[in-house]
Ligand binder design. Structure first.
Ligand code: ASP
Length: 348
């Protein structure tokens, strides 16, 4: 880690367990303010960084997160982009993988670290994981390579002993400190006595020396359809005929397989014919959609469903929001779905 100057980091506090305290009456955890959070991590000063902070007017439980909030985070990043070395976003764990995925698309030409972290236990608790996560996230946001350039130039999630690519992650545990995992992509760094970056897996986009550009518009005319044996015709048809629908993330079985029932394939075919983009994502946490492997997967490809390959459903839905948000036609959206834009899927 080369340190030539005092790192300047912007801390963005959106809410989540990390900053929560217990309501004295009903004992439920509720978001609290930034000062409470910082007061509980006096060690931050030992880093010797210049740390500025911005907080949501009302910190939220991340289950209330929505594209407007993503826009608020992106706007803060855009406003401070030239004046700081990196960003740490404090966020609830519940929708952290969605926010990380969304920001990875919205922040076009990003070349500075945006490290998202939070915790499973509030920072005021004796056994909190929040202190370590926050400190490590700040160190990663400040890390530079031998040339003094940011080590991380993408949106990433730091949790416990791992740094993951943000759009490759899922929240895998509601209990464990090791709450996040990227099942289809290696960790960007492992955290032990030191922070060990896995340089081969870090995102590099240096050939295009373009300024940061934020795509604020995210289209929400989308649905995620999780298949299960026995899913009813009336429910499927109702969902696929929702007014204004533009895209569907279909969560299929195994290598991308779906029921071979005629009514089902007809409903999907008609949806695609109406110009709605349907993306096939596997329900398996690990692995990839292989439409040619089984007749049951080929059926979907034949009716015009696009393979989402090894994307997480969080990445797929936010990628659709972003692409439709850019005002692209369904054909263009399909074209971009087939290529990795921010390392969110493996290249063929
Ligand atoms: N419900 C909380 C949130 O997502 C959980 C957490 O932060 O771990 O805001």
């Amino acid at each position: 880690m080369a340190t030539t100057k005092i790192p300047r980091i912007l801390l963005i506090y959106t809410g989540g367990t990390i900053g929560m305290i217990e309501n004295a009456v009903n004992h439920a955890l509720e978001p609290f303010d930034f000062d409470h959070l910082i007061d509980n991590v006096p060690k931050i000063k030992m880093l010797g960084y210049e740390i500025e902070h911005v907080q949501f007017a009302t910190p939220i439980d991340s289950s209330s997160m929505n594209p407007k909030h993503w826009g608020e985070i992106a706007e803060v990043i855009e406003r401070h982009y030239d004046s700081v070395d990196g960003f740490v976003v404090l966020h609830g764990t519940d929708t952290m993988a969605y926010t990380a995925s969304a920001l990875s698309f919205m922040l076009e030409n990003l070349r500075k670290p945006v490290i998202i972290t939070g915790s499973q236990l509030p920072i005021g608790e004796v056994r909190t994981d929040g202190e370590e996560n926050l400190i490590t996230a700040l160190q990663i946001a400040a890390a530079t390579d031998a040339g003094g350039r940011p080590m991380v130039r993408e949106v990433a999630i730091l949790f416990e002993h791992h740094l993951w690519r943000g759009n490759r992650c899922i929240k895998r545990s509601a209990d464990n400190f090791d709450a996040f995992k990227s099942n289809n992509y290696p960790e960007l760094a492992s955290i032990g006595l030191g922070i060990h970056f896995n340089r081969a897996s870090l995102w590099r986009n240096d050939s295009r020396n373009m300024p940061l550009k934020v795509q604020y518009e995210m289209d929400d005319n989308l649905v995620m359809l999780d298949l299960f044996p026995g899913i009813s015709r009336k429910v499927v048809e109702h969902v696929l005929n929702a007014p204004g629908l533009k895209g569907v993330v279909m969560k299929s079985f195994g290598a991308g397989n779906a029921p071979a029932d005629e009514w089902f394939l007809d409903a999907v075919r008609q949806t695609v014919e109406r110009g709605i983009v349907v993306v096939n994502i596997t329900q398996c946490p690990n692995g990839c959609v292989h439409p040619q492997l089984y007749a049951a997967g080929l059926n979907l490809a034949k009716v015009g469903v696009v393979s989402g390959r090894d994307m997480t459903s969080e990445a797929a839905i936010t990628k659709l929001m972003y692409l439709f948000g850019r005002g692209l036609s369904p054909d263009k959206v399909k074209e971009y779905l087939n290529m990795p834009l921010r390392g969110e899927m493996s290249a063929v």
